[in-house]
Design a protein around this ligand. Structure first.
Ligand code: MSP
Length: 644
C-alpha cells in the first residue's frame, strides 16, 4: 500500500528482572524516532513488549517460589509502568504469553513444517542455560565457557526440530548485497555478512528440557525455542497472518532497534524465517552500543544497575531522555554516570536552552508589555543570519535524524541555541529597550521567539514536556509534538501572542549539595539489600528472630541539639518504652501521637544524643530521600500484637 508508513520496534525484554537503563535507552531511542517520523507525516506503528517464555524465566520463577505465570504477570507491569513514566508513545505492547501471539507462533511453525522448512532431528552440543543458546566448538575454547556470559556450558543431547536455515544462506547474502543499508551501523553489516559467508547451519527451534513455552503443534513433548517464539512478536503486532491489509501497510517498512548483543538473531535467523514465509526481511536493523556504568559492566552482583525510575524521579524525564540521546553517538558504546548527567543539565539545559528562553521572555515582559513584537521594523543582517541558520539547522537536523544520528541532530540544535544566545549579547535588546528603540527591538525579539519555536519543535521528539512548556511560555497554541516539520516555517508566530514566564525549565543543580545527597543515597543503597539478590536471602528462622510488634505512639518530643531526631514514648500493651527515631523532618509530633506503628522490639539498645533507644520503627523512604511513609496496620489492633 503506497503512503508514508513506518513500523518501528524495540526488542521484547526478558521479564526475569526489573528494567534498567539499557532497556530504557533502546525504548527511548525508538520513541524519539517514532515521534520524529510522525512529525514528518508518517503513519507510525511502534511496538514494544515482553519476552516471557523459556528456561531463564522458569528458573527466575523457581528461585522466587512463584509460578512462571505469576512471575511474568508481576514483572511485566514494571516495564509497562516505566514506558508510561518515560512518555513512550508505543502503539502496542505485546507479551509472548498472549493467546494472539501463541496462535501466530503455532501457525508459522506448522506452515514451515508443511513446506519442509522444518524437520525433526537430534541435537548435541554445548549449551548455555542462562543464554539459552548452543555454541559450536569453534566458539568455546578448551574450558567450555559461554562466549557471551562466561559461565560454564553443559553438554546436552536433545531430540529437536530444526529450521532449515542453511537453505537461506544464498538468498540472505543476495538480499544484503543488494541492500547494504539494511544493517546499520556499517561495521555490524560487515560482521553479519562475514558470519553468513562462513556458512549457516540449521537452527534448533524446539526444546524437550523446558516446559514453559509455546507447545509445539502435533508434538507436545516439545515447546518452541524461546527465540523462534520471540522474534515472531513483530509479526503478531502486524496482525499476521489474518490482517493482510496491516501486514502490507507496515511490514515492508519495519525498523528493528536493539543493541549489538542480539543482531545475529535479528539479521540472520529472523530474515531467514521471513524469507521462508515469503515476506521481506526487515527494512532496517539498527544496532546501538552498550552502556557501562562508571566504567564497569552493569550487573546485579556489582550492585551498579541504574534504575531508570530513580533517574527520572531525581532529574526529570526529559533531562534523562536528553542525556541518553546526546551523550553518545547512536551505535557507539558509552558510559553512564550521574555526574555527567548533572553536567549536561547544568550546561546544555539550564545554561544554554533555559537561559535563551528566560532572557527572551524577560525582555518581552520588560519592554513590550509581554507581547511578542511583530517582525516589521528595521531588519539587519544579523537577524537574517539567524533566520538562515534556523532554516539550515532544520534541514541538517532532519538529515541527521533520518540516519539515526540522534546526538548529531541535537548538536545541530544546540549550535543554533548558542548562536542565539550570542545574538542577544550582540544586539543588546536591553539597551534598545531602555532607549525606546522599538523599530529595532521588534525584529530582534521576534527573531529570538522564532528561534525558540524552531528549537522547541526540533527537541520535541527528545523532550516532549519541555517543548510543550516552551510553546506555552511563548504563548503559542497547539502541541509542538504534533506539528508537521514540512509545515514549519519562519514567521508563523501570530500577531499579538502574549508570553507568560513561568518556572525555569531546568534549575541549575548545585554541585556541592548534589554531591552530599548522592553520598547519602549511595550509603542508603549500600544498606538496602537488593530485592532480587539471593546472596542476601535469609531463612524463615532468621526472620523469626526479629520481634516486630504494633505500638501506639503516646508522646513525641524533639531530642535537644539533634534536628533530625525525636524521642518517642510508645505503648506496647505490656509495657511502655522509649525509642529514638530520625523522622523529625518528615512528621510533626501531632501527626504521630495516637498512631499505631510497627516497631522492632528486640533490637540492641543504642544511645543517640544521650537518649537510650529501645527499638526502631519501620518506614519506607523514596530513593531521593525526600519523602517517607510509616508502616502501620490497616485496622486498630491491641498494642503489643505480634507482626508475622
Ligand atoms: N528477549 C530478548 C530479545 C528478544 S527480541 C525478539 C532479549 N531481551 S533483554 O531483556 O535481554 O534485552 C536486550 C536488549 O536490551 C538489548 O538488545 C538492548 O536493546 C537492551 N540493553 C540491555 N542492556 C543494555 C546495555 N547495557 N546497554 C544498551 N542496551 C542494553 O535479549
Amino acid at each position: 500500500m503506497p503512503g508514508k508508513n513506518f513500523y518501528i520496534t524495540t526488542p521484547i525484554y526478558y521479564v526475569n528482572d526489573v528494567p534498567h537503563i539499557g532497556h530504557a535507552y533502546t525504548t527511548i531511542a525508538s520513541d524519539v524516532m517514532a515521534r520524529y517520523k510522525r512529525m514528518c507525516g508518517f503513519d507510525v506503528m511502534f511496538s514494544t513488549g515482553t519476552d516471557e517464555h523459556g528456561q531463564k524465566i522458569q528458573q527466575a520463577a523457581d528461585q522466587r517460589n512463584m509460578t512462571a505465570q505469576q512471575l511474568v504477570d508481576s514483572v511485566m507491569v514494571n516495564f509497562k509502568n516505566l514506558w508510561k513514566e518515560l512518555e513512550i508513545t508505543n502503539t502496542d505492547f505485546v507479551r509472548t504469553t498472549e493467546a494472539r501471539h501463541e496462535r501466530v507462533v503455532q501457525y508459522i511453525f506448522s506452515r514451515l513444517m508443511e513446506q519442509g522448512d522444518i524437520y525433526k532431528g537430534s541435537y548435541e552440543g554445548w549449551y548455555c542455560v542462562p543464554c539459552e543458546t548452543y555454541f559450536p566448538e569453534s566458539q568455546i575454547g578448551g574450558e567450555k565457557l559461554c562466549p557471551d556470559c562466561g559461565r560454564p556450558l553443559q553438554n546436552m543431547t536433545e531430540e529437536s526440530y530444526f529450521f532449515r536455515m542453511s537453505k537461506y544462506e544464498r538468498p540472505l547474502l543476495d538480499y544484503y548485497e543488494k541492500n547494504p543499508g539494511a544493517i546499520l551501523p556499517q561495521p555490524r553489516y560487515n560482521e553479519v555478512l562475514s558470519f553468513i559467508r562462513s556458512g549457516l547451519r540449521d537452527q534448533s527451534i524446539s526444546r524437550t528440557s523446558v516446559s514453559w513455552g509455546v507447545p509445539l503443534p502435533g508434538d507436545e513433548r516439545h515447546v518452541i525455542y524461546v527465540w523462534f517464539d520471540a522474534l515472531i512478536n513483530y509479526l503478531t503486532v502486524c496482525g499476521y497472518p489474518d490482517n493482510e491489509e496491516l501486514v502490507e501497510k507496515y511490514w515492508p517498512t519495519v525498523n528493528h532497534i536493539m543493541a549489538k548483543d542480539i543482531i545475529r538473531f535479528h539479521c540472520i535467523v529472523w530474515p531467514a524465517m521471513l524469507l521462508a514465509l515469503g515476506l521481506n526481511p526487515p527494512a532496517k536493523v539498527f544496532s546501538h552500543g552498550w552502556w557501562t556504568v562508571e566504567g564497569e559492566k552493569m550487573s546485579k552482583s556489582r550492585g551498579n544497575v541504574v534504575d531508570p525510575f530513580e533517574m527520572a524521579a531525581l532529574y526529570g524525564v526529559d533531562a534523562f531522555r536528553y542525556f541518553l540521546m546526546r551523550e553518545i553517538p547512536f551505535g557507539s558504546d558509552g558510559d553512564f554516570s550521574e555526574r555527567a548527567l548533572v553536567g549536561r543539565i547544568n550546561s546544555d539545559l539550564a545554561n544554554d536552552q533555559g537561559n535563551l528562553l528566560n532572557r527572551t521572555l524577560q525582555m518581552i515582559d520588560n519592554f513590550t508589555g509581554g507581547v511578542v513584537p511583530s517582525h516589521s521594523g528595521t531588519e539587519e543582517d544579523l537577524d537574517r543570519e539567524i533566520r538562515a541558520m534556523a532554516l539550515a539547522t532544520l534541514d541538517s537536523y532532519r538529515a541527521r535524524m533520518d540516519s539515526y544520528a540522534f546526538d548529531e541532530a541535537l548538536k545541530e540544535v544546540w549550535t543554533l541555541i548558542r548562536r542565539a544566545n550570542k545574538y542577544i549579547d550582540e544586539t543588546m535588546p536591553w539597551k534598545l529597550g531602555k532607549e525606546g528603540n522599538l523599530e529595532r527591538l521588534g525584529p530582534v525579539l521576534n527573531t529570538l521567539c522564532e528561534t525558540l519555536r524552531f528549537t522547541a519543535a526540533m527537541v520535541s521528539p527528545f523532550m516532549p514536556a519541555t517543548a510543550r512548556k516552551i510553546f506555552d511560555q511563548l504563548g503559542l497554541s497547539g502541541d509542538p509534538t504534533e506539528l508537521l516539520l514540512d509545515e514549519l516555517e519562519w514567521g508563523q508566530i501570530p500577531e499579538g501572542s502574549r508570553v507568560s514566564k513561568k518556572a525555569v525549565l531546568f534549575p541549575r543543580i548545585d554541585l556541592k549539595e548534589w554531591e552530599k545527597q548522592k553520598a547519602e543515597r549511595d550509603a542508603r543503597k549500600g544498606a538496602t539489600p537488593d530485592p532480587g539478590d539471593h546472596e542476601d536471602e535469609v531463612s524463615i528462622d532468621d526472620f523469626k528472630k526479629i520481634e516486630l510488634r504494633v505500638a501506639r505512639v503516646v508522646k513525641v518530643e524533639p531530642v535537644p541539639k539533634a534536628d533530625k531526631l525525636y524521642r518517642m514514648d510508645l505503648d506496647l500493651g505490656y509495657e511502655r518504652r522509649t525509642i529514638v527515631s530520625g523522622i523529625r523532618e518528615f512528621r510533626t509530633p501531632e501527626e504521630l501521637e495516637g498512631r499505631q506503628i510497627i516497631v522492632i522490639c528486640n533490637l540492641k539498645p543504642a544511645s543517640l544524643r544521650g537518649v537510650v533507644s529501645n527499638g526502631m520503627l519501620l518506614a519506607a523512604e523514596t530513593a531521593d530521600g525526600k519523602s517517607l511513609a510509616l508502616l502501620t496496620v490497616d485496622q486498630e489492633i491491641a498494642p503489643g500484637s505480634r507482626v508475622h
